[in-house]
Design a protein around this ligand. Structure first.
Ligand code: DGL
Length: 276
């Protein structure tokens, strides 16, 4: 690929800042890609929305975001949206769509005790898609599930400079830890893209013997696959440029700017999404 060719363009989309955990893995594997990071903060959180409302919202927002950033590949960096809306999204847009879904399969393969934890949003925990993943890939495992919107909120605050205390996290995980087989759990799936942003803090609470598994690396590899299919080479270009798009303005966006700079994002824009 000639060095002056344009970098491959990716759209990485989530309700909030969670997709930045996926962006980090993409940037590690594919440093030459230009990324538009989009947060539908006007409709945050997704994990508690009804299915019909969420499908309609994701469709409307993606439509506008794709028109705005003309990506080569779209990453729906949100388990709550992907476990519900992927078939619908793939039917509506012609760009390759990479979805993020709970890493049940690698967790079940890795677990020796066959007791695994599943930490996600209430929406993802309840989805038939997630139940099917468990039935298909972890039929021999006891899966201890916990849906938490509070943990999503804490991850948002963390990226704005507020780290949760170990007691807060312990409290939050206590329903999972109260399970009769919790002491055998050796693998914990972080099935919300917000949660890897608190990986160190969560690891400190569950202890060093529990492996925390997320989907980030696999997603980055899937993006690389699509770029190769499209004849675009993610690492060839040396001058990618990144931007962040938000669907609502406000001080919460400003408070994210230091964290966004760590991802090479200084261009921050707000795009209005109509409600019809
Ligand atoms: N980061 C998202 C996920 O992976 C959604 C969090 C939310 O908006 O509730 O599920």
């Amino acid at each position: 690929m000639p060095v002056d060719a344009r970098p491959p363009r990716l759209l990485v989309f989530d309700s909030g800042v969670g997709g930045l955990s996926i962006m980090a893995d993409i940037q590690r594997l594919l440093p030459g890609c230009s990324v538009s990071y989009a947060s539908d903060n006007a409709a945050f959180p997704y994990g508690t929305k009804s299915e019909a409302i969420l499908i309609a919202r994701v469709d409307r927002v993606l439509h506008q975001l794709i028109q705005h950033s003309r990506p080569d590949v779209v990453v729906v960096a949100c388990n709550s949206a992907s476990t519900l809306a992927l078939p619908h999204i793939r039917a509506h847009f012609r760009e390759p769509i990479v979805g993020v879904v709970p890493a049940i399969k690698p967790a079940a393969q890795r677990s020796h005790t066959k007791v695994i934890g599943l930490l996600a949003t209430p929406g993802t925990v309840a989805r038939p898609y997630t139940r099917d993943l468990i039935q298909q890939f972890a039929p021999d495992c006891t899966v201890i599930s916990l849906g938490s919107s509070e943990l999503v909120r804490l991850a948002e605050a963390h990226l704005r400079g507020q780290t949760p205390s170990p007691e807060q996290l312990q409290d939050l995980l206590s329903p999972m830890m109260a399970h009769p087989r919790a002491s055998e759990m050796d693998t914990l799936v972080l099935a919300c893209t917000h949660f890897p942003l608190l990986k160190r803090e969560l690891q400190a609470v569950v202890g060093p013997d529990v492996a925390l598994i997320d989907s980030g690396e696999a997603i980055a590899r899937r993006v690389a696959y699509w770029l190769a299919e499209l004849g675009l080479e993610g690492s060839a270009c040396t001058s990618p440029s990144h931007q962040a798009l938000f669907t609502a303005d406000g001080p919460e966006v400003e408070r994210l700017e230091p964290a966004l700079r760590e991802f090479g994002i200084t261009d921050v824009q707000v795009i209005a999404v109509s409600n019809d």
